[in-house]
Design a protein around this ligand. Structure first.
Ligand code: HEC
Ligand code: HEC
Ligand code: HEC
Ligand code: HEC
Ligand code: HEC
Ligand code: HEC
Ligand code: HEC
Ligand code: HEC
Ligand code: HEC
Ligand code: HEC
Length: 297
């Protein structure tokens, strides 16, 4: 940029700034237009977002005053005009950045368990995931949620290309063909349960979509009601049906003393081939058949 243009822009901005300075209220009211004279891009991009469009309705803060809600008093910065003396949450410590956002967002139901949660406790902040100027439609820092989360969680990304997996939205598909995202199960902002699960417990989360597994059974299979993850991986697995271990080894890990299923199985044994234990015990999640005592029907 040529120096003359900068000089003129700064002079113009200072003129507006000076006019406003004697009266603090008048200064505040002219803040956004003053800021816009040097930061057109950030101002116009903010306008179309929730912070530009809904702050007035919800918090009774006029657009002119928006910049200062996150950047603090800009008077000194406007006079200096050189990028100093202004608070930038994007460069602040995690604690300070989140504190800025939480001045308005601490009452949100979804943020109730933010303090001390996995992300806030490990030095992440609101701006680790959100971009206030120029983020996606939920102000996420990446185009899609999948892309955002898997930038840091590479091990989960690897699970999502395995043979059996949940139909999570494919980050590369423009139509967002999948049905689920990470937020179908997690609340990145914190939750009352382990692993940021957005439900009372892991099983309660699974039941939300797999309701039939919750129904009371005549013949229950103890580990099912206890924890789905005893047998399944939540994100993906190289085994069928997202099983953590292949059948029969999965079953044998608990059933070694039984009548027929213990020890190394002979080649072609009915206990080991095809669907193995499931050849006969098809109702692993429980049975409602009067004579389904051993989960066989
Ligand atoms: C809701 C909080 C919030 C509001 C309101 C806000 N900003 Fe920002 N601003 C941020 C955050 C956070 C960053 C760090 C980068 C980002 O998230 O986009 C930032 C960064 C900036 C930057 C540094 C350049 C950049 O894009 O990183 C400028 C300049 C800026 N804001 C100007 C403004 C102006 C002008 C306004 C008012 C029209 C404004 N901001 C309103 C939160 C806010
Ligand atoms: C006279 C021109 C001018 C005015 C008016 C102005 N700024 Fe800036 N601002 C700058 C310059 C120059 C920089 C440094 C280069 C850049 O980031 O664009 C800067 C940087 C910033 C940054 C980034 C600081 C950092 O450390 O990364 C923020 C945030 C910011 N301005 C906010 C504001 C806000 C809010 C207002 C209105 C209250 C405002 N600016 C008014 C010129 C101005
Ligand atoms: C001055 C109050 C205020 C501050 C400070 C503030 N926000 Fe907001 N934010 C709001 C309001 C109001 C909404 C709109 C809520 C609604 O529509 O229900 C909103 C909405 C959002 C949304 C949802 C956007 C959407 O389109 O649904 C995100 C994400 C968000 N804010 C992130 C942030 C982050 C990150 C910060 C800190 C850098 C921040 N906010 C600071 C008031 C604020
Ligand atoms: C680890 C990533 C991550 C962090 C950290 C994060 N967010 Fe979010 N945020 C998201 C995702 C993903 C969504 C979209 C969730 C959805 O679609 O339900 C979201 C949505 C939101 C929304 C709009 C929907 C809602 O839940 O009300 C607001 C407001 C918001 N975040 C504010 C914040 C604030 C404030 C902080 C800091 C205290 C923060 N976020 C920290 C990932 C994050
Ligand atoms: C079907 C529900 C579900 C979906 C969808 C889901 N998760 Fe999970 N996630 C879980 C459960 C349940 C756990 C707990 C696993 C455990 O305790 O062994 C978990 C654990 C995690 C962990 C902690 C891993 C560990 O071993 O401690 C991370 C990180 C994670 N998920 C990230 C993600 C990301 C990123 C996405 C989106 C790509 C995602 N999850 C989608 C259910 C889900
Ligand atoms: C900027 C990097 C970053 C992003 C982006 C991010 N995370 Fe994390 N996440 C972390 C860190 C750091 C931890 C703590 C890891 C640890 O304790 O080893 C963590 C932990 C987790 C855990 C485990 C919680 C526990 O109790 O062990 C889950 C689940 C998780 N993140 C889900 C998500 C989801 C869902 C998203 C996207 C909405 C996301 N993360 C985005 C950095 C990130
Ligand atoms: C938001 C809804 C939702 C939640 C929550 C959910 N699932 Fe799923 N699950 C699905 C959908 C959709 C499919 C795919 C069904 C299909 O392809 O017919 C699926 C498929 C499965 C499959 C079969 C995979 C295959 O390869 O056929 C298993 C196993 C499974 N889920 C276990 C779980 C477990 C364990 C949990 C809890 C950690 C859980 N689900 C939570 C929606 C969900
Ligand atoms: C004792 C191990 C075990 C436990 C615990 C378990 N499952 Fe399964 N699950 C299996 C096996 C084995 C299969 C494959 C069945 C088949 O191929 O016929 C399966 C298949 C599934 C399927 C896909 C086929 C179907 O029946 O719909 C879903 C969905 C599923 N399980 C959900 C769950 C949920 C939800 C829980 C927790 C409430 C759970 N499972 C607990 C072993 C288990
Ligand atoms: C985490 C341990 C665990 C795993 C893994 C497990 N089970 Fe079980 N299973 C149990 C428990 C505990 C019972 C209840 C035993 C009792 O009541 O004596 C049970 C009961 C049964 C019964 C009924 C036995 C009876 O006497 O009522 C059958 C059949 C059975 N399991 C088959 C399987 C098959 C097939 C698999 C593999 C898909 C499997 N189990 C995996 C723990 C497990
Ligand atoms: C060919 C059919 C068949 C196959 C294959 C099979 N079972 Fe069974 N299983 C039965 C029958 C029938 C009973 C009832 C036996 C009885 O009451 O004498 C039974 C009983 C059981 C019991 C109840 C406790 C006991 O020892 O009586 C368990 C546990 C069990 N099977 C686990 C397994 C496991 C694990 C596998 C795979 C390694 C397996 N079964 C494969 C037919 C089968």
């Amino acid at each position: 940029m040529n120096t003359r243009r900068i000089t003129i822009r700064i002079a113009a901005a200072l003129a507006i700034g000076w006019m406003a300075v004697p009266d603090p209220k008048a200064h505040a009211e002219s803040a956004a237009p003053v800021c816009a004279s040097c930061h057109e891009k950030q101002t116009s991009s903010l306008k179309s977002t929730a912070h530009g469009a809904r702050l007035e309705k919800i918090k009774n803060i006029a657009f002119d005053k928006t910049c200062e809600t996150c950047h603090g008093d800009g008077a000194a910065h406007v006079s200096a005009g050189d990028g100093k003396d202004i608070f930038n949450p994007g460069k602040a410590t995690a604690g300070k950045a989140s504190e800025t956002c939480m001045t308005c967002h601490s009452a949100d139901r979804n943020r109730m368990f933010w303090a001390g949660s996995a992300h806030s406790g490990k030095g992440e902040s609101c701006v680790s995931c959100h971009k206030v100027h120029g983020g996606n439609e939920t102000l996420l820092a990446k185009k899609t949620e999948m892309e955002l989360c898997t930038t840091c969680h590479k091990e989960v990304k690897a699970d999502l290309v395995k043979r059996s997996k949940h139909p999570l939205r494919d980050a590369t598909s423009k139509s967002g063909a999948g049905k689920m995202t990470c937020s179908s199960c997690h609340n990145a902002h914190g939750s009352r349960s382990e692993k940021l699960i957005a439900a009372k417990s892991i099983n309660d989360k699974c039941y939300e979509c797999h309701t039939e597994k919750q129904a009371p059974m005549l013949w229950e299979h103890a580990p099912v009601k206890e924890d789905c993850l005893t047998c399944h991986s939540p994100h993906g697995s190289s085994n069928n049906k997202m099983l953590a271990i292949k059948v029969p080894r999965l079953c044998q890990s608990c059933h070694m003393q039984g009548r027929h299923q213990s020890g190394t199985l002979a080649k072609n044994s009915v206990y080991g081939t095809n669907r193995s234990c499931l050849n006969c015990h098809a109702m692993v999640h429980g049975s409602n058949h009067p004579s389904g005592t051993v989960l066989q029907r």
